[in-house]
Design a binder for this molecule. Structure first.
Ligand SMILES: Cc1cc2nc3c(=O)[nH]c(=O)nc-3n(C[C@H](O)[C@H](O)[C@H](O)COP(=O)(O)O)c2cc1C
Ligand code: SF4
Length: 678
């Protein structure tokens, strides 16, 4: 038997967990009508099949009607959830993993204009900054009703055959009772710590009455709000002890911090460029103080850190949640001694940010996650070996090469630059975003292991491709910054990529016109502001950097707000002219009626990229399909069979930004879904 600390079983009450790796609760927003259906099941089964010990499903599953989901959570207040959860539990159990679910009432952390338009409630009228609702202050009958709702929900989960439930108490109703910042009730539910904990213990007692002593019950809670006037570390230790002493709880699942603001949420769930495992020592302190089963997740994204978390005795079970979104086969690869093949979580947080914008959680560089029913995590071999030429070694080209090589094809990649990575390599110029190179490095290693031939420093012309006698050509040549968007004066502006790549030095008084709202603008902004320049970032949008999303915005604001930067929304740069050493920027507005001028010494325009399509257009007449994609076949997961040009000798496809400016996930998904059938 393996001596790897991560692979040792763990006995939780009567439940034997087969190793120490779990995924903590994370709602990927996959429910349909609030129910965990086939897509949900496939997602969790993929992990269970690959060896994870326990999957904590859902995340913030709603126990009451007045806790409407903010990102498509499971509605455990409905009886119809039981058969769906039972199917999910059975399927996960079949593969030897344990399964639990996180239950919650969101309290003020939601909105009243969702679902049934019921008032949002909390133990005070204090509003949560993130979700903006002014809550109703709870009454006695609310408290009685919600205690019953928790117990009903837990009973449903027990009936569905789950191994247990955990209650969420960070930023949600339960700890809104605990925290002096959010509890303004009088006794018996407000005032002293005893009173503030009363709601929790009444919920726990009621649940126990319904589910009996065997069913596993845990609490995922903040043991230190790290917020002035909030719950302190001492409070957290005291609460931990009381939870243990209550006799109702079987495990503690510790987090540290608060989530009422985007910044707070990002400190609690750190993203790329932030420290790894920042709260692990704290979780270890709770375990040491309570001597009680302790779980923890929080940017423990690599196997070495996870192993340390267990080997050092800081926690009993380690959560590797986003790490499993990047690679659901993580545990299997550890067991098979293939750790070096684990697709790394690069902390891009595309997954988590997306759900707050109403979308499903997708991993920035694993397009099969959340699409298990249509996209493979293990690429099947092709029936016959073909010759594939890929042009471009950015994320799209490398994914195409990787998948083609896994299918057993012979693959040659041309790349004009001397190194792979394309725009991702440029992104990684920002020290905070260096981890993005994991997207490229992992693919290069996978390609190398499968004999993919790379021709760097080669600007492929049609003939270079043609002489390879390919069966299939994939054009993944990306795009170039598009700055020609002004009425006049386009010749005076530079692009954000010019700044990021270092090919243009920042000026001293700079206007950055961001008409794309993406990372690139803010990265360029960071370079400019860090050089000591005065910077105005202007957007015609009504909010700033709309494509960057909430948690990803946090580190940018933390750096930009400290520097000489102003942010201007709803104004549009129309023209630029030159006056001696200076530039005159004419600024208008889509709303009309205003025009003003700014004098600066540099104008930077961020407006996405224009496809680099010369090679594609040159190859098109020689190809069998004239570059056309059969969209229904692509969507349905069938091979491309169009053959409109009898003289054509190869199939030709264009992917990623070579088609239109999108993002890394789109580029990788383009490649995966096309190549898996080639
Ligand atoms: C898409 C997504 C949804 C999440 N939803 C929840 C949730 O509903 N409840 C919860 O306690 N944590 C939630 N989390 C946080 C995770 O449980 C975990 O704490 C976090 O991802 C940090 O762990 P990691 O670095 O291993 O990913 C979510 C995370 C992700 C990625
Ligand atoms: S999107 Fe980023 S943070 Fe989320 S799982 Fe993928 S690599 Fe990790």
């Amino acid at each position: 038997m393996s001596r790897d600390p991560l692979l040792q079983p763990y006995q939780l009450k009567h439940l034997r967990l087969r190793n120490r790796v779990m995924t903590s609760a994370h709602e990927p927003a996959y429910p349909e009508e609030g129910m965990p259906k086939e897509r949900y099941r496939a997602y969790h089964v993929e992990r269970a099949r690959a060896g994870i010990a326990m999957t904590m499903t859902a995340g913030s599953a709603a126990v009451s009607r007045d806790s409407p989901p903010v990102f498509n959570n499971i509605l455990v207040y409905k009886d119809e959830v039981v058969p769906w959860m039972k199917d999910l539990a059975d399927a996960v159990h079949e593969h030897g993993a344990a399964i639990m679910i996180q239950l919650t009432h969101l309290g003020r952390r939601t909105r009243w204009d969702k679902a049934h338009w019921l008032p949002v409630l909390s133990p005070s009228h204090r509003r949560e900054a993130s979700h903006r609702a002014f809550p109703k202050k709870m009454e006695d009958w609310d408290i009685e009703r919600i205690i019953k709702d928790y117990a009903d929900a837990a009973e449903r989960m027990c009936a569905a055959g789950l191994d247990g439930v955990e209650l969420q108490a960070y930023g949600h109703l339960m700890d809104q009772f605990w925290s002096p910042l959010t509890n303004e009730l009088d006794a018996p539910f407000g005032g002293s710590l005893d009173n503030r904990l009363r709601f929790t213990f009444e919920v726990l007692a009621e649940i126990r009455k319904r589910v009996g002593p065997a069913f596993i019950l845990g609490m995922r809670y903040t043991a230190d709000e790290v917020l002035e006037g909030g719950l302190t570390r001492q409070d957290g230790l005291e609460i931990s002890r009381r939870l243990k002493d209550s006799g109702h709880i079987d495990f503690l699942n510790v987090v540290r911090g608060h989530i009422d603001t985007d910044a707070g949420l990002t400190d609690l769930i750190p993203i790329q460029g932030m420290p790894s495992a920042p709260h692990l020592d704290f979780a270890g302190e709770i375990r040491a103080a309570t001597q009680f089963p302790t779980f923890h997740a929080g940017r423990i994204q690599d196997v070495a850190s996870a192993r340390h978390a267990i080997a050092s005795g800081k926690v009993d079970m380690v959560g590797m949640t986003r790490a499993h979104m990047a690679d659901p086969h993580l545990v299997r690869k550890i067991m098979e001694g293939r750790e070096d093949q684990i697709r790394p979580c690069v902390g891009a947080n595309y997954c988590l940010d997306r759900i707050y914008q109403g979308g499903s959680a997708y991993c920035i560089h694993n397009a099969a996650t959340g699409r298990e029913r249509s996209m493979p995590h293990d690429i099947p071999k092709a029936r016959s070996r073909r010759k594939i030429v890929v042009v471009g070694a950015g994320p799209a080209g490398l994914e195409a090469a990787r998948v083609a090589a896994e299918r057993g094809h012979e693959v040659v990649v041309f790349e004009a630059a001397s190194k792979p990575g394309g725009q991702v390599r440029l992104t990684a110029q920002s020290p905070r975003r260096r981890e993005m190179m994991g997207i490229i490095d992992w693919r290069m290693a996978e390609c190398d292991a499968r004999g993919v031939v790379f021709r760097f420093d080669t600007y492929a012309e049609a003939n270079d491709v043609f002489v390879e006698q390919p069966d299939v050509v994939i054009v993944a040549t990306g795009g170039l910054p598009n700055t020609a968007v002004l009425g006049s004066g386009n010749e005076w502006v530079v692009s954000s990529w010019d700044i990021i790549s270092g090919s243009v030095k920042p000026g001293t008084d700079v206007l950055l016109f961001d008409d794309a709202g993406d990372h690139v603008a803010l990265q360029a902004g960071e370079f400019i502001a860090a050089s000591g320049a005065r910077l105005e970032i202007m957007t015609p949008d009504r909010c700033f950097a709309p494509e960057v999303m909430a948690m990803n915005l946090v580190p940018y604001m933390r750096s930009l707000q400290k520097l000489e930067v102003t942010f201007t929304v709803t104004f549009r740069l129309e023209r630029v002219s030159r006056d001696g050493n200076q530039l005159i920027a004419t600024v208008g507005s889509d709303y009309g009626g205003v025009r003003k001028e700014r004098r600066v010494d540099q104008v930077v325009v961020n407006h996405g990229t224009i496809p680099t399509d010369e090679l594609y257009l040159a190859l098109k007449p020689m190809s069998r399909n004239r570059g056309a994609v059969e969209q229904t076949a692509l969507i349905d997961g069938r091979a491309q069979t169009l053959a409109t040009n009898p003289e054509g000798t190869f199939q030709l496809f264009r992917i990623g930004d070579a088609v239109s400016a999108r993002n890394t996930h789109a580029a990788i998904y383009d490649a995966l879904r096309l190549m898996k059938n080639l």
